[in-house]
Write a protein that binds this ligand. Structure first.
Ligand code: ADP
Length: 184
């Protein structure tokens, strides 16, 4: 885990860093699941490995899940208390506006669900930027705008971690967020 960039937007403390989501201590971590809620590879596979075998049957029972929706399960063996599962869009350049809106809906649904559960902290992976092919650079302003708006509204959420698995992704995130949220 590299050093976190720590920023403030409204009532949220944002922490942006390279790390492994399965090791994060937060009320909830977010899983980038698939619509069938069938545990797959990537962050979903890592979360299932770390959460233990009780997660997969429960996760499957909650499918199918629409793109942009979110559901909550226990974290089981994870340090996080809960997992919020969401389904990101598969990136399609010809449908840029639609997939952008869907990606924002993922972040929004997760934040809304966490707030409905009165959680105080939530950690996100870079949803859709792995197998689903969403270019990190295009995702950044979308994620930032959801967080900025959410931070202005009253809620229980105080800390949001943006956790990038890959060093290059973390560098892009830190660079973007430092400029977009720095010194405001
Ligand atoms: P998607 O299908 O939504 O693209 P992936 O799991 O393929 O989901 O990738 C989403 C993001 O999660 C990618 O940026 C990938 O590098 C990252 N990732 C993979 N494993 C982990 C992990 N253990 N912790 C944090 N992020 C991870």
């Amino acid at each position: 885990m590299t050093e976190a960039l720590v920023l403030t937007t409204g009532q949220l403390e944002l922490r942006v860093y390279q790390g492994d989501l399965t090791q994060v201590h937060a009320d909830a971590i977010v899983n980038a699941a698939n619509p069938a809620m069938n545990p797959g590879g990537g962050v979903d596979g890592a979360i299932n490995l770390a959460a233990g075998p009780r997660l997969a049957p429960l996760q499957r029972s909650l499918g199918p899940l629409a793109v942009g929706a979110a559901v909550l399960t226990p974290g089981f063996d994870l340090p996080a208390k809960f997992i919020i599962h969401t389904v990101g869009p598969i990136y399609r350049p010809e449908a840029h506006a639609r997939v952008s809106q869907q990606l924002q809906q993922c972040y929004q649904s997760c934040l809304d669900l966490a707030a409905a559960q009165e959680l105080t902290s939530i950690a996100f992976p870079a949803i859709s930027t792995g197998v689903y092919g969403f270019p990190i650079g295009l995702s950044l302003p979308l994620v930032a705008s959801v967080l900025r708006t959410f931070g202005r509204q009253p809620s229980s959420i105080r800390r949001v971690d943006l956790v990038c698995f890959k060093t290059a992704a973390a560098a892009s995130y830190q660079e973007y967020f430092a400029v977009d949220f720095g010194e405001t």
